[in-house]
Design a binder for this molecule. Structure first.
Ligand SMILES: Nc1ncnc2c1ncn2[C@@H]1O[C@H](COP(=O)(O)OP(=O)(O)OP(=O)(O)O)[C@@H](O)[C@H]1O
Ligand SMILES: [Mg+2]
Length: 398
């Protein structure tokens, strides 16, 4: 018998610590680049919690990859540590509202995060408990264990309704908790998110609003450089990071995109059996990142937005080369056919227009107002940002 060979034995020739290039990786404070002002402002907004007071509720807006989730997690962790030194117990609950979008799921996750069953003697069962019962457990846990609970609601616009916001923002005033207090940090990509809230929730939730701006190329370079030790020594050619940063900055200064392209460049190098990451692989890495990002972004959209993306892609494939943009009305017609095929009830044109402008905000499509000629008013034309073929593929796999 020949010698057996392990498929896992060889050390990775490219990466020394690939975790540094994962989105879930939480860098140390000194590795958070270009966000000093934002971190300062956030700290100021929630600082009362450090002495057991009520923090301001905060809403954070900004395009994807601008460090919203990272800074919120970092600053709350820092606050909890500082508070502990004063003998104040601050608990942090992080909720990804895309995953936990119903009221019950959200309350359960918060209660679970704040709880320590050994200390409280309270359990948070995964199922078989009503929503109001989860709330009762949550209030008890807060009073039993914590002085301040801070709830980070990431992608807050994905919540099914405002109930949980109403309950959390009124907990102290309604006497649900007695010797503890609560703060909320809401995070959203949608700058108009606030308009969808009822007045009461709106005023209590957005005591402080912040907008995180995109990164420029030199900030992106610094972000990438601070993670270059993900690679083995001398593997990464000098010109790779500037090129990756320039590519990511050309779109909208998205740090996630920059980090992903760098990781893909390393993976592609490995697939080619090469031992150094060169700029030649960066374009391929960029394509791979676009495909992956698009599939993920489309998969997160509501069903009818997916149908609209597909309808626009199909219309663009048919469109004449010199007239690639598609009026919203034509998308609506193509969309009705898609709905029919999918057995879904199509939405009215007004709602379709809203969804299209949301897709434009997410940079999935581009919109432009065009005049129809003298006295005939204007209409909106639409275009995909990515190739129609890639979009059709992504919609089908989403
Ligand atoms: N200033 C920074 N310094 C170092 N790393 C950063 C910085 N900003 C973002 N990153 C990294 O970039 C990635 C994306 O950041 P983050 O998840 O915070 O973006 P986001 O604004 O929450 O985006 P989204 O709206 O898509 O959720 C993460 O891996 C994060 O660690
Ligand atoms: Mg985020």
């Amino acid at each position: 018998m020949g010698e057996s060979k392990s498929f896992f034995g060889d050390p990775d020739p490219i990466f020394a610590d690939k975790e540094l290039l994962r989105v879930s990786h939480l860098p140390e404070g000194d590795r958070i680049i270009g966000r000093d002002d934002e971190l300062q402002s956030l700290a100021k907004a929630i600082k009362d919690a450090q002495r057991g007071g009520t923090p301001n509720n905060v809403l954070i807006y900004g395009k994807t990859g601008t460090g919203k989730s990272l800074c919120s997690k970092y600053i709350t962790r820092d606050l909890a540590e500082a508070a502990a030194e004063n003998g104040v117990q601050v608990g942090i609950a992080y909720v990804d509202c895309f995953q936990e979008s119903t009221e019950t799921q959200t309350v359960r996750t918060i209660a679970e995060s704040f709880n320590d069953p050994d200390e409280t003697d309270i359990t948070v069962p995964h199922s078989g408990v009503s929503t109001s019962n989860y709330y009762r457990r949550l209030w008890k846990i807060l009073d039993a264990r914590l002085d301040v609970g801070i709830v980070i609601l990431d992608e807050i616009d994905k919540l099914e309704n405002d109930n949980v916001l109403m309950q959390l923002s009124r907990a102290a005033e309604a006497g649900k908790v007695n010797n503890s207090t609560l703060g909320i940090i809401g995070i959203s990509n949608k700058i108009r998110y606030k308009d969808t809230l009822n007045e009461r929730v709106k005023s209590s939730l957005s005591e402080r609003d912040f907008v995180f701006p995109p990164y420029d190329a030199s900030q992106l370079q610094a972000i990438l450089r601070s993670r270059a030790d993900a690679f083995r020594e001398d593997v990464l050619n000098e010109d790779v990071i500037p090129k990756v940063a320039a590519l990511a900055a050309r779109e909208h200064g998205d740090a996630r995109k920059a980090i992903d392209i760098l990781r893909y460049a390393g993976e592609i190098t490995d697939e080619h059996g090469d031992d150094s990451v060169s700029v030649d692989y960066v374009d391929e890495a960029h394509d791979r990142e676009e495909q992956a990002r698009l599939s993920e972004l489309i998969s997160k959209q509501p069903t009818h937005s997916k149908y609209l993306m597909l309808a626009l892609a199909l219309r663009m494939q048919e469109a004449a080369e010199d007239e690639p943009t598609i009026p919203s009305k034509q998308i609506h017609s193509a969309y009705q056919i898609v709905c029919e095929r999918e057995g879904a009830e199509p939405l009215k044109i007004r709602r379709v227009r809203d969804l299209l402008s949301e897709l434009a905000f997410l940079s999935l499509i581009e919109q432009e107002r065009k005049g129809r000629g003298k006295g005939k008013g204007a209409h909106t034309v639409n275009e995909l940002v990515d190739d129609p073929e890639i979009v059709v593929e992504a919609c089908r796999s989403a």
